[in-house]
Design a protein around this ligand. Structure first.
Ligand code: SF4
Length: 174
């Protein structure tokens, strides 16, 4: 929906592109994401910025850079709140009639119901399922409690060694 940095793709540009994609007619649905993994990754993830964990898995020069103020500039912190892309995604829902997936900080059943009430067809979940792969089945079975992911984002650097939730690892491995 937008890259979240000066000079990146804007919401207005994305609205135009998605209108073209809808007119093209070849897609089944669109997933409404945001951010840029190279320029502003935390715009997508929100919550705590795992600077030390990223530094630990980087080669020496990058590791040192991550520990300077540059690290904080690369991994900015954005407040996490449930369904943080909803307001922006609603602009796409108003513009488009094709099926849309809401993404971003979805951990609770009432959030999914709110998304459906707003006209989204699907929700996409990442970290919530990394933390609890059984969450969807539990919600179907009637679970009311929110997902257990704490949005620490320490799973982000594990993309280099097998993506996983570090909260599930034995303490000795943390
Ligand atoms: S490490 Fe686990 S608890 Fe932390 S954000 Fe990732 S999935 Fe959630």
């Amino acid at each position: 929906m937008s890259d979240g940095f000066r000079g990146g793709v804007t919401t207005e540009e994305s609205l135009d592109v998605t209108s073209m994609l809808e007119a093209d007619g070849a897609l089944d649905a669109l997933q409404l994401s945001g951010g840029s993994s190279l320029m502003n990754p935390m715009y997508l993830f929100r919550g705590e910025a795992p600077i030390h964990e990223f530094a630990a898995v980087m080669p020496a020069p990058v590791r040192w850079g991550m520990r300077t103020p540059m690290g904080k500039r690369f991994l900015k912190e954005y407040e996490f709140h449930e369904a943080y892309f909803l307001d922006k995604a609603l602009r796409f829902r108003e513009r488009l009639s094709m099926p849309l997936m809401l993404l971003g900080g979805i951990n609770r059943r009432d959030t999914m119901e709110r998304a459906m009430a707003h006209g989204f067809d699907f929700v996409a979940m990442g970290r919530a399922l990394l933390r609890e792969p059984t969450l969807v089945n539990e919600l179907i079975a009637g679970r009311e409690a929110a997902g257990a992911c704490i949005h620490c984002n320490r799973c982000m650097p594990t993309i280099y060694s097998g993506t996983r939730c570090v909260e599930l690892e034995p303490l000795a491995h943390n």
